[in-house]
Write a protein that binds this ligand. Structure first.
Ligand code: PAF
Length: 278
């Protein structure tokens, strides 16, 4: 496995590259994305995992400061899972002239009032870094986790709109035994907070059960809020939306179109998010 800091050190692209963009602090969820990338790469392809804590997507400087940085352990885990290349660029490789380029945001980044309402500027940073990583690595495919559903949809929409020629592959969410979605942020939870955290998954399940019992999206949202509230989760949003646009209004055919329950909230100040098909 090659570990490089500069794009020019990447071996010439004789075969197609599959990129897994990460910010490091890798857990089993990331490693499952790398396995997905290996499948997508086939015999000939090369799996490149980028490890870059992108400063432009953090709207809270304290959040950026405390984001775990564990490159040595990440490299070891990636070696074991069979990645071909780790691309861990310094900030000046990604933003040689400073983070100036603004990538216009697709509607799915701004219209749903989900992440966008709570983390202003976040998707501008994500689109900027993803577009730049695509430029540096030139992958044929890139793998993103379903856990960050809105991010996945934003990247798909940007890639389609800009004809970036990168096929976006989605990797399913990996969960702890009690249902908590794996996330680098879980390590910030206190043991008491960790005990309450499965409430996010329980809320999604409750929304599905409500649907099975004949409820509509409004009632399902109510059910999610109740489960989260009982566990003392400070709710940012708990919504049932069109799975593609992430909007729901009077014209949404929620009986006929794929829908998604999606939520975010804080436990002890640690922000967690999750989603599931509805
Ligand atoms: O999901 C993440 O870890 C980040 O948002 C990403 C896609 C690596 C961009 O920095």
């Amino acid at each position: 496995m090659q570990v490089v800091q500069r794009a020019e050190q990447l071996a010439p692209a004789a075969s197609q590259r599959v990129l897994v963009p990460t910010m490091g602090a890798l857990h089993a969820g990331h490693l499952s994305l790398v396995r997905k990338a290996t499948e997508a790469a086939g015999e000939e392809g090369v799996v490149v995992v980028s490890v870059f804590v992108n400063p432009t997507q953090f709207n809270d400087p304290a959040d950026l400061e405390r984001y775990p940085r564990t490159l040595e352990a990440d490299v070891e885990a990636l070696r074991e899972v069979g990645a071909d290349v780790v691309f861990a660029p310094p900030v000046e490789e990604v933003y040689p002239d400073g983070p100036l380029t603004e990538v216009p945001l697709p509607p799915v980044a701004t219209e749903p009032k989900l992440e966008d309402a709570h983390r202003p500027g976040h998707f501008a940073g994500v689109c900027q870094v993803v577009a730049r990583l695509f430029e540096l690595v030139r992958p044929a495919k890139a793998v993103f986790g379903e856990k960050d559903w809105q991010q996945l949809r934003v990247v798909e929409a940007m890639s389609e709109r800009d004809g970036l020629g990168v096929e976006i592959v989605a990797g399913p969410t990996v969960r702890e035994r009690d249902g908590l979605a794996m996330s680098s942020r879980n390590t910030h939870l206190s043991s008491e907070g960790r005990r309450r955290a499965p409430a996010l998954f329980a809320a999604l399940r409750e929304a599905s059960l409500a649907k099975l019992a004949g409820a509509g999206p409004d009632e399902a949202e109510g059910a999610m809020r109740r489960v989260l509230g009982e566990a003392g989760v400070e709710i940012d949003y708990a919504a049932v939306r069109d799975a593609r646009t992430l909007v729901r209004d009077a014209s949404t055919d929620w009986r006929g179109s794929p829908m998604r329950s999606i939520l975010a909230g804080r436990i002890d100040g640690v922000r967690l998010l999750d989603n599931a098909p509805w």
